[in-house]
Design a protein around this ligand. Structure first.
Ligand code: HEC
Length: 153
């Protein structure tokens, strides 16, 4: 019983993308709750996809970058590991469609501009955040309110 609770909590906290209604997820929950022996593994599986972990990193690093831009610090270089957005494993691989690829490319371009044209860093930064939001509007609505906190006002 305890492990089922842990598992459910894990699902709630760590599912890569929370959309409103996901009928399939209920079946998955029932299935994994049945297999108590492998409960731990399943929990681990649900924790975070490679893509979700990258997203969290991009969020944290952009939050720091925002501070640097606001306080007029040097910005350093474009974080190359952001390019992993093109190839990281996702919770649901079917989401890696033409729209995703196009939005990912737009986002990377916008993020690169922050460093290439740092005189206009603030504008480019906000464009990059808009690129995050644009993809999320189609792909993964849950984190949008959080992402919008990145905007430099
Ligand atoms: C090209 C589309 C796209 C772009 C651009 C994008 N995201 Fe995401 N994001 C996704 C998808 C799809 C997921 C779900 C990943 C998964 O579950 O495997 C996600 C997941 C997330 C999550 C949730 C991760 C978790 O904890 O489960 C956060 C937070 C996030 N993105 C923030 C951002 C931020 C910040 C940016 C811009 C710096 C950004 N995203 C740019 C598509 C995108």
């Amino acid at each position: 019983m305890k492990s089922i609770l842990v598992l459910l909590l894990g699902l709630i906290l760590f599912t890569g993308c929370k959309k409103e209604a996901e009928p399939n997820k209920e079946n998955e929950t029932a299935a994994s709750a049945d297999s108590t022996a492998s409960g731990r593994e399943e929990l681990k599986m649900y924790e975070m996809s490679e893509m979700a972990a990258l997203m969290e990193q991009m969020y944290a690093e952009n939050m720091m970058l925002k501070q640097r831009i606001v306080s007029g610090d040097t910005l350093g270089n474009f974080p190359q590991h952001f390019l992993k957005i093109h190839a990281s494993a996702m919770t649901d691989e079917s989401e890696n469609d033409a729209f995703f690829k196009e939005q990912a490319a737009n986002f990377i371009k916008a993020q690169e501009l922050i460093y290439k044209d740092s005189v206009n860093a603030e504008k480019h930064f906000n464009d990059a955040v808009s690129a995050c939001v644009k993809c999320h509007e189609q792909k993964c609505g849950g984190p949008i309110p959080r992402i919008k906190k990145l905007y430099i006002k």
